[in-house]
Design a protein. Sequence first.
Length: 442
Amino acid sequence: MYDKVYIESYGCQMNLADSEVVCAILQREGYSIVDAVEDADYVMINTCAIRENAEQRIRKRVRELRALQSRHQQLRIGIFGCMAERLQSQLMAEEDNVSFVVGPDAYRRMPEILRQVREGVRTADTELSTTETYADIEPVRLHSNGISAFVSIMRGCQNYCAYCVVPYTRGRERSRDPETIVAEARQLFDNGYKEVTLLGQNVNSYRHSDAEEHMTSFPELMRRVAEISPLLRVRFATSHPKDLSDELLQVMAAYPNICRCIHLPVQSGSDRMLKLMNRHYTAQWYLDRVDAIRRYMPDCSITTDVIAGFCSETEEDHQATLDMFRRVRYDYAYMFKYSMRPDTFAHRHMVDDIDEAEKTRRLEEIIALQGQIALENNQKEIGRTYEVLVEGRSHRSDKQLFGRNSQNKVIVFDREDAQPGTYVNVTVTSCTAATLLGKIEK
Ligand code: 5AD
Ligand code: SF4
């Protein structure tokens, strides 16, 4: 009997959520999920294709697994997720120790694919779907502390940002039935969870019409999830600035349990770059959205993604990005060097003409500026008191716990008698650029 599966996940939160769906599909068929790679009959790698280095890392990992395969002849290796979709049969041709390759919309077929693999047939299924949302599958929570969980609410993306591979790896946008989303979130709350993060590549363009043509928008969905209980925190990721409506901000402001944190990828501060990137907004339009966020929720944190060195980016464009960072004063940023992805619009029509050293220089400048801003933002928090959801023990010391405030900032504090999964009020006493330190208010 070959029924033990080890799952390894790379990439975004959506991938973590997908691994939990795959796990549920396999468990239903009698497979068991193991924690140690040495115990597995199948090692399955959920892959990311967003940048070249993500793919290189996975290729390296697949090759490393050869050593394990030579000790365990029956071990089969499978690749699923975005890189599986992008490379399809090329992966099987180039990595002869891989037995199956499965794209993001074919996970229901996983048990059948594993059976074929056992019969000695190497298999690839990378068919994309316009409807699959895995709505009826209750994920097995692999990546959870029992306090906070992901709920996937939509899949795919059709914005076609010029640099981005996601529309090709995850197919067209589709939204999951809101009844199943609310039921899943309610069940999590009933099982003791205190926080759900609604996930989608483009989460705020969520839109679902039922058989009677009743439309549920993202703000409406947020309202329904927030109403499950005031003790359930609700987060969401990732938003596209073009879909960040006032209606959504009003709903957020009306429900204290919708967390005061918006991840709003800017990508560049230059109008010329934004146009080339096909982002559908200008720097000024983005800044107006930031103003709107702060008008409705003065205490809302804002985080972002940015790309340094996109095709034809000049020093002036780069300065405009730095300027954007100075104006918004983000609480956190994910910062990347542009990585050309095959088959994207930029690959087909533009030239990746900023050399590696220059990309690195620009990225480092953004990182240094953001580090400074994050530290200054955190220094302003000293003396403020926040409601913190306790998540667990701090890795620094057994006597300390950590949790997050509504703004998603990590706060470390002395344990006293607080328990994970409860809310405590913590006053900030000091900070670094990454963490706040505080003490529990009695
Ligand atoms: N190169 C570098 N960064 C990219 N991202 C998406 N595509 C690329 C690429 N080709 C970044 C964007 C996006 C985040 C998930 O990854 O900033 O928001
Ligand atoms: Fe990577 Fe994008 Fe796929 Fe997530 S959706 S795994 S970020 S390529």
